[in-house]
Design a protein around this ligand. Structure first.
Ligand code: ACM
Length: 544
């Protein structure tokens, strides 16, 4: 993929030259008091930054006559269903605010407008890449695979004024700058994790987050489904895990769990946004909810009480007992059957109540169970202190101040073939407070402001880590203090878009000074979406 090294500077100067106020991006109303239309957004002034942008030519303007045209004679979508569904998704996004009918039609039934096409020849675009061409007569989105078209739609959406996200008719005009964007992701794994164990989140709350993640081209939704405080997924062969182990949460509320149909609905909805669900059952620690549900899982045969506090490291499955592996086999079998995706996360963090020898023995037995059910292991990076299975990924959640030995353990595993997902807690954890004054969140990894969360490079964070070992990045959101969607909004935004950009955009585009200007333009869009984001003083937010 061609990468324009001058891109960030060019973009920054475009924005600066126009002047944020002059763009109509800071003034909510004009001299007459009428709403001022947002000026044309420069091509590529979006998050995440595209790999290649060639601005030029006239913009395209959506009108009442615009059609969404789908052409799906392409690879992997022979009946055209995926392309048509993406066309419908786009039309559904744009209709309420534009008030236009935006019919979704076969490509040959109309001309111009917005064309979505899969091209069997566009192999260079890969699984998720796309090309967007915009000019006076229309916009064409081209991809090799449906996921690429879906990512292209997010780019198209962000090129339009923020008001396009509103659900009532807005004045427009609805213009998309002219030129060509050619874009592929830096990393294949670009995740967000939601801890539904410390506090339970309903299917609708999870769907809301999925929709937010889609805007920033996230492609993995990691669900932390079990912990000391709650077991959140129905397992038919061990029903009390959910009905009893899921009956409470941090602070003692009623908790909850997903039935298998609930969970299938989350997986289906995520897939419709081209996100793969990565389920996590945290083992062998973080298991009090399971141990409380079944006395026989405890070494002493006595079930502990349910737990609603926030301590960590006090629980462990009984490694020497055979029933432990019957339990793990049943859980992984049922969970794998619910999982069309490739990965199954087995936790492995903070096993402070498991001896090292037991931890290694446990992981030696459990990883083959994951493989037996056709899935690839992901574990928190403590897995690198055992023997990671072939093909496993380790998720690094250390800090700048973590010991050199701990970092080297992870880097050595990477050199031996283990892929690494980077989630440094002092940068990527969305539950860390922004500052000492942040109401929600924790601070054990320090305070993480917008710049700190964005301003690092996944390829060089860990000394001695081969760049080729980096599978990608993930932004985890732990929920000890988070119990509502408004809390998710406040902690994820604006940091999540920055992590998404680290996962998607070429390293050559990395530049805080220009990123913060692009991020500033996301503010009105987030507001239009009903997201009450943290107004970081590090970002010159556009007025709404
Ligand atoms: C973790 O934060 N314990 C993975």
């Amino acid at each position: 993929m061609r990468q324009r090294r001058t891109f960030p500077r060019l973009l920054g100067s475009l924005l600066l030259a126009a002047g944020l106020a002059g763009l109509g991006l800071t003034g909510a109303t004009g001299a007459t008091g009428a709403p001022r239309a947002e000026a044309l957004r420069p091509l590529g002034a979006i998050v995440p930054a595209p790999a290649s942008v060639t601005p030029g030519g006239a913009p395209y303007t959506l009108t009442r006559a615009t059609a969404v045209r789908v052409d799906a004679d392409g690879t992997g979508d022979t009946d055209g269903r995926a392309t048509r569904d993406i066309g419908r998704y786009l039309a559904d996004l744009l209709r309420p605010s534009t008030g236009y009918p935006l019919p979704v039609v076969d490509a040959d039934e109309a001309r111009g407008g917005i064309l979505l096409r899969l091209s069997p020849g566009a192999t260079a675009l890969g699984e998720e890449g796309y090309e967007l061409r915009s000019g006076r007569t229309g916009v064409t989105l081209t991809a090799y695979r449906p996921a690429g078209l879906f990512r292209a739609v997010q780019t198209l959406r962000q090129q339009l004024p923020a008001a396009v996200e509103k659900r009532t008719v807005q004045p427009g005009p609805w213009r998309i700058a002219g030129g060509t964007v050619t874009d592929t992701p830096r990393y294949a794994y670009r995740g967000a994790m939601l801890d539904v164990s410390r506090h339970f989140f309903t299917v609708d709350q999870v769907k809301r987050y999925i929709d937010q993640l889609a805007l920033y081209k996230i492609n993995k939704l990691h669900l932390h489904l079990s912990d000391d405080q709650g077991w959140r997924i129905a397992i038919d062969s061990w029903p009390r895990l959910a009905t009893y182990g899921g009956s409470t949460q941090v602070g003692g509320g009623p908790g909850g769990f997903y039935t298998k149909d609930d969970y299938r609905e989350i997986v289906r909805y995520a897939a419709s946004r081209y996100q793969e669900v990565v389920p996590e059952i945290d083992l062998p620690g973080h298991t009090n909810a399971a141990l409380a549900s079944y006395a026989e899982l405890n070494c002493d045969g006595v079930a502990p009480p349910l737990y609603t506090g926030t301590a960590v490291g006090f629980s462990s499955l009984c490694v020497p007992k055979e029933i432990t592996y019957d339990f793990v086999d049943d859980v992984i079998r049922e969970l794998a059957a619910l999982t069309p995706g490739r990965y199954l996360h087995i936790g492995g963090d903070e096993a402070h109540s498991t001896s090292h020898a037991d931890y290694v023995a446990f992981m030696d037995r459990v990883q083959p169970i994951v493989a037996k059910y056709g899935k690839t292991v992901i574990g928190w990076h403590q897995l690198t202190g055992a023997r990671p299975a072939e093909g496993a990924l380790a998720q690094y959640w250390g800090l700048d101040r973590s010991s050199a030995a701990e970092k080297e353990q992870v880097a050595a595993a990477a050199r031996a073939g283990t892929g690494i997902i980077l989630s440094p807690a002092d940068r990527a954890y969305l539950d860390m407070k922004y500052t000492k004054d942040t109401e929600l969140g924790l601070s054990w990894a320090g305070y993480v402001e917008a710049q700190r969360s964005y301003d690092w490079d996944p390829a060089t964070l860990l000394p001695g880590l081969p760049a080729t070992a980096v599978a990608g990045v993930e932004a985890p959101l732990w929920t000890e203090t988070i119990s509502q969607s408004v809390h998710i909004d406040r902690m994820a935004f604006p940091r999540l878009p920055g992590i998404a950009e680290l996962g998607w955009s070429p390293a050559t585009t990395h530049d805080w000074a220009t990123y913060r200007l692009r991020l500033a333009q996301q503010g009105p869009r987030l507001t239009a979406l009903g997201i009450d984001y943290y107004r970081s003083p590090q970002v010159p937010w556009a007025a709404e």
